[in-house]
Ligand binder design. Structure first.
Ligand code: MN
Length: 498
């Protein structure tokens, strides 16, 4: 990619003055990175160019594009970075500074792996503190200017796309960091597309074995389902058109591998329970048509009880809107249908970036997200909620609660008395913990203590708890454990004993 490509794309929505400014930033960055190569062998400038290109495609304001081009110069040429003020406006300087600071945050590898790291409780607390502090900094930076986070997400996306050029050990850490920090952040901002991209790129590096396994199991099923959906979409199209519904698009959408992996963990790895492996997505002109279509579909094909979801009337906290239903379709196949308007679709894909209006004149009722950039307040109830949430989290304790709630919703970190970290799904019990430590510990488990107190074996473990498993060499697993254990490891090991 060259600056010419970037200019051509920018011309679609920016004025010549703005493009001059972008060129200036490019020249500056080119000078700063001159002669430098990336791990992939390309010259370094390719990276800031690619990051800027993502943001131009999202039609972000020229200051953000300039900041994207300049985002890595502090690392290589500190003298040029302190000189930024002389050449660029305050906004650009602030944005570059924000992105640089965020880049310094590294999430400790020890947080991701169940390996022995902590010598004592104090050290453990310190590390958790630091982890939470990192996340806090990130959100603080965001509450100052959301554009910083948008640049950082684009930066991470390109880094993930070029991760092959990084040494294997570092790869895993970066991939895990992406899954634990950046994709949840994109999710929070309602940016489904980049969230999916980040997860798909990270998954094979973060969990190589699980990825290969899933591919083997699901690959053929995906293909079969895809064929079915592509055949069935014409039947549905016909049915809707017969009822005078004007369709913008009707397509199959494949579930991203990583979200499938997460969902399978929740559903005890029973792929039969996953109905949205490939879903049919219908995009229409208005909300009324969405409800009408749902009615038309239900009058012809029976819906599954409890699977009709109206996210239009009740949007998800990140702004997601759609109607979901799962039906017994033609040929008796069960599959999910998602119905939404074009606007809702863009919201689901691009989130906060979807309604980014770059304009020189501030409109009334708009939400200021940076100089010259506004978001319509009425469309962005959830953005205001996000701002409220940020305000609340200024108080550190509240913030930690929020972080723990949102970021560690699906996983908990528990500890052995020796300080080994055991990472488990939420809802896991002492039995899951015991089997995660060692199958013998699981088989011989007779009780569990938390903070010196005996707890039932079906107890739901909480983040940060230290679990002491009481064992007896003559003890055997009990069949009723199968009724409450969460992990497959525990289930398989228990079943093996019968
Ligand atoms: Mn970068």
């Amino acid at each position: 990619m060259t600056i010419k490509d970037l200019s051509i794309e920018s011309e679609k929505y920016l004025k010549p003055d703005d493009i001059d400014k972008i060129r200036l930033a490019y020249d500056y960055a080119e000078k700063a990175h001159h002669g430098q190569k990336r791990g992939t062998g390309e010259s370094y400038i390719e990276h800031p160019l690619a990051v800027a290109m993502y943001l131009v495609k999202d039609k972000l304001d020229p200051d953000t594009i300039c900041a994207a081009l300049l985002h890595d110069i502090a690392e290589d040429k500190p003298e040029l970075s302190s000189d930024l003020k002389k050449n660029f406006n305050e906004d650009i300087v602030q944005l570059v500074d924000g992105v640089t600071k965020l880049g310094k945050i590294k999430i400790k590898k020890s947080w991701f792996l169940p390996i022995r790291i902590f010598q004592d409780k104090k050290e453990e607390e310190m590390l958790f503190e630091r982890h939470v502090e990192s996340l806090r900094k990130m959100f603080m930076a965001m509450s100052k200017d959301i554009r910083i986070v948008l640049v950082k997400l684009a930066d991470r996306l390109h880094n993930m796309e070029t991760l092959k050029g990084v040494n294997p050990e570092k790869r895993e850490r970066i991939a895990r960091e992406t899954l634990e920090i950046y994709s949840p952040l994109a999710h929070r901002l309602g940016m489904g597309k980049i969230k999916g991209q980040l997860e798909d790129l990270s998954f094979p590096y973060a969990y190589p074995k699980e990825f290969e396994n899933l591919k083997k199991i699901v690959g053929p099923k995906y293909e079969k389902k895809e064929k079915y959906i592509s055949k069935i979409k014409y039947i549905l199209k016909e049915e809707l058109e017969k009822n005078k519904i004007n369709i913008i698009s009707i397509d199959g959408r494949k579930k991203h591998f990583y979200s499938l992996f997460q969902k399978l963990n929740k559903y005890e790895n029973n792929i039969g329970k996953i109905y949205d492996l490939v879903a049919l997505r219908i995009v229409l002109h208005n909300t009324e048509d969405c409800y009408k279509s749902l009615g038309i579909i239900h009058s012809r094909w029976k819906p599954l009880i409890g699977r009709i979801k109206d996210y239009i009337a009740l949007p998800k906290p990140n702004g997601y809107k759609s109607l979901h239903t799962t039906i017994f379709g033609p040929e008796g196949e069960i599959f999910e249908i998602q119905i939404r308007t074009q606007k809702m679709h863009e919201q689901a894909e691009f989130g906060i970036a979807a309604h980014w209006h770059y304009s020189e004149n501030k409109k009334s009722g708009s939400y200021l997200v940076g100089k010259g950039s506004f978001i319509d307040k009425t469309e962005f109830v959830w953005l205001n909620e996000l701002a409220d949430w940020q305000k609340k989290i200024q108080d550190k304790n509240e913030w930690e609660k929020g972080v723990k709630m949102d970021f560690f919703q699906d996983r908990i970190f528990t500890f052995t008395p020796q300080g080994d970290v055991i990472n488990l799904p939420s809802g896991a019990t002492p039995i899951d913990f015991a089997y995660a430590v060692h199958s013998e510990v699981g088989d011989n488990c007779v009780g569990a203590k938390i903070n010196g107190k005996i707890v039932p074996l079906s107890y739901n473990l909480k983040n940060g708890e230290i679990i002491d498993i009481i064992t007896n060499k003559k003890a055997f697993p009990r069949r009723d454990w199968l009724g409450f254990v969460k992990t497959n490891r525990a289930k398989t090991k228990i079943k093996q004993k019968f």
